[in-house]
Design a protein around this ligand. Structure first.
Ligand SMILES: [Fe+2]
Length: 318
């Protein structure tokens, strides 16, 4: 086992676990190189000049193609999601083992080097997000958030993801300062949101028609809308900032957001999902009495207690 029992317990209660320095530093460096090398030659943003990294992207540097999106403060390189480098980084032996310790041994779909990548179909519906599960055989990609500069401060707003998956990963490929755009999680929200869905891993959707534009995409239950509002009111989010190589693993129903970047440094992360081979047969089932039914025996038997020291290491308490 790589995870100890306290880590399993913490994940069970809070829906996330931060694992320090687990990404290979050489591969993190190569991933940063890969992101910068995806730029066309004549851009305003220059790697060697951090003053040019402050967002939003200027018109000349914009890219609408969602497989390599540069828009506003977001830079999302998805076309490299199944490159050998990305698979070695996001789905390393250690990380696959850890995911199996949570989800069960030999239960995971293996990523495919050179396979299909996220975003090739464009947005899931007009004006909607890109579907991370559609035809994606590897990582979601490298996601960067430019510094906000003098942009007005915005409130946090959390969501849960709409596509079917079991467990997800956000890994820092460079140091990220507090309030520097790191992944933000609302601890414990997975337990409160899980029962509000009609389906364990999926959601009903309504088709888009140009002449009937009022409804499109995911339909959330009223219970979900009420509960996520309460979560935002009563739960203090955890800013998963940290050092190059740190990873946060999170439950598929956990409320989260990509943090606002009020630091002066670009936030660089890799994202990827873990999917079980039985996701297809389980995705439309209603929420189960035991929400850990599809998870490992070790996780099922882990007690829901942990030390203050553990909570501190997970940024849950000061
Ligand atoms: Fe999300």
């Amino acid at each position: 086992m790589i995870l100890n029992q306290e880590q399993l317990s913490f994940f069970k209660v809070n829906g996330y676990i931060i694992l320090p320095k687990i990404l290979d530093p050489d591969l993190c460096e190569k991933a940063r190189d890969l992101l910068w090398s995806s730029l066309p030659k004549e851009t305003n943003i220059k790697r060697e000049d951090p003053s040019t990294h402050v967002g939003p992207f200027i018109e000349n540097d914009l890219e609408e193609d969602v497989t390599n999106l540069r828009q506003g403060y977001k830079w999302q390189l998805r076309s490299i999601g199944t490159d050998q480098l990305m698979i070695d980084l996001v789905y390393s032996e250690a990380l696959q083992q850890i995911a199996e310790e949570l989800l069960g041994k030999d239960t995971l779909v293996k990523p495919k080097v050179g396979g299909k990548t996220m975003g090739q179909h464009g947005a899931a519906w007009p004006g909607g997000p890109v579907d991370p599960a559609l035809d994606n055989e590897g990582a979601r990609g490298i996601y960067a958030t430019l510094p906000y500069g003098d942009k007005e401060k915005e409130p946090d707003f959390c969501h849960s993801d709409g596509h079917p998956f079991n467990l997800s990963l956000v890994g820092l490929i460079d140091d990220v300062l507090p309030n520097g755009g790191a992944f933000k999680v609302w601890p414990g929200s997975h337990k409160r949101l899980y029962p509000t869905f009609q389906m364990q891993y999926d959601q009903p959707r309504i088709a888009y028609y140009e002449h009937l534009p009022s409804y499109k995409g995911i339909i959330q239950s009223e219970a979900y809308e009420e509960e996520i509002k309460k979560v935002m009111e009563d739960t203090k989010p955890v800013d998963c900032c940290g050092s190059e190589g740190d990873v946060v693993l999170w439950h598929h129903r956990l409320a989260h957001m990509a943090g606002h970047n009020y630091s002066n440094k670009m936030r660089l992360a890799v994202l990827g999902d873990f999917i079980k081979k039985d996701l297809d047969e389980n995705r439309a089932k209603p929420p189960q009495d035991n929400m850990w039914q599809d998870w490992s025996e070790d996780l099922n038997t882990a007690p829901e207690t942990y030390s203050d020291e553990m909570a501190r290491s997970q940024k849950l308490i000061d």
